[in-house]
Design a protein around this ligand. Structure first.
Ligand code: KG4
Ligand code: ZN
Length: 337
């Protein structure tokens, strides 16, 4: 018997990356990401410019992704899109495009939660985690410890009460005069520095919650004080400052992840989201795997930062369950899950 494969076109436009992917039966055929350089000039994402760039990018990105996947429009079985959370203007572009496309092709629409998709990025490649699976999701807007009982059955155990881990990286970079997004640059300099050269206090939050705003203030006051003594302090100590701040962020993240894994007795542990591209965090996870006997899961770089493949992966599981969205659905900037 010939069973027809399920082809899903997925769109991700929650922030400043326009991405589209095509998945066949949960396997990524093509995943394309158009990054928006315009924000570098402003030291952060400018929401209005992000929306306009999405409008310009979305049609060519989808055309190329379909071509790369070798799929004709008429063979698409569902169109998925990021419904929340994110910048509302950016989300609207993806949502309107997805709705129009689904309607034109007369196929179902699938709404995906961006944070759930970051977790399900672990199911794109082998080896896939077994359940229960504990995932630390660290991005520019979120820091969460998520307990997954099944692909679509997951809950947030703890999260940041203020800044996200990615923001802690980006704001540190900004204070050091580095361009946006600063996280990858802090990572680069940190690899050449001494992580114990400068000490920063770590916040202690109850349960599995995090707080990074105190660290941001500590770095600010530290730099102000040092620059009074030596105007070239930052230039002379860039590697050590980056290594020390990165060490503190990673320690705060790993302490809570270890606490959760130990208390819930979970051995399948992973990281997801843009900050999981960080080399120090990836190494800390590998070390923790050896020390605590964890099965460690880290997605490929391209599936750590925002991408439509993870939206498509989530949509695949939703498709199998028949979880389709109504055409009246709207995107929302914030959404609990
Ligand atoms: O998941 P993501 O691509 O977008 C959001 O949903 O926010 O995450 C972007 C965040 C930014 O804060 C960026 O600086 C950070 O991930 N990031 C990194 C690294 N690569 C990306 N932070 C630290 N080290 C990296 N190598
Ligand atoms: Zn993200």
């Amino acid at each position: 018997m010939n069973i027809k494969p399920i082809n899903i076109l997925a769109i991700e436009s929650s922030c400043d990356d326009t991405s589209a992917a095509v998945l066949r039966d949960g396997v990524v055929l093509s995943n394309l990401i158009a990054t928006q350089k315009v924000h570098e000039l402003y030291g952060g994402v400018v929401p209005e410019m992000a929306s306009r760039a999405h409008i310009q990018n979305i049609v060519p990105v989808v055309d190329v992704v379909l071509k790369n996947a070798g799929i004709d429009k008429k063979d698409i079985d569902a169109v998925a899109f990021t419904q929340a959370p994110g910048l509302i203007g950016s989300l609207l572009v993806g949502a309107c495009f997805a709705k129009g496309y689904a309607q034109a092709l007369n196929v179902p629409l699938i709404a995906v939660h961006h944070m759930q998709a970051h977790v399900l990025a672990h199911f794109i490649d082998e080896p896939k985690p077994e359940f229960p699976f504990l995932c630390l999701t660290v991005s520019g807007g979120h820091t969460q410890i998520v307990l997954c009982r099944d692909h679509l059955d997951m809950g947030v155990l703890g999260e940041t009460i203020d800044d996200a881990a990615g923001e802690a990286f980006d704001k540190t970079a900004k204070m050091l005069g580095l361009p946006y997004p600063g996280g990858p640059l802090v990572d680069k300099y940190a690899q050449l520095g001494d992580p114990l050269k400068f000490q920063f206090t770590m916040s202690s939050m109850p349960g599995y919650d995090f707080s990074f705003s105190g660290l941001k203030t500590a770095v600010l006051y530290f730099l102000q004080a040092q620059k009074k003594l030596d105007v070239d302090f930052v230039t002379k100590n860039m590697n050590d400052i980056c290594a020390s701040v990165q060490y503190t962020i990673i320690k705060m993240l790993m302490n809570k992840l270890h606490k959760a894994a130990k208390e819930l007795n979970i051995k399948n542990v992973g990281i997801a989201g843009g900050v999981s591209a960080n080399s120090g965090l990836r190494k800390a996870m590998q070390d923790a795997g050896v020390e605590y006997g964890w099965n460690v899961f880290i997605p490929k770089f391209e599936y750590c930062t925002d991408n439509a493949a993870m939206i498509g992966m989530t949509a695949h599981y939703k498709y199998l369950r028949g979880e389709f969205a109504d055409m009246s659905i709207s995107p929302t900037a914030r959404a609990a899950w």
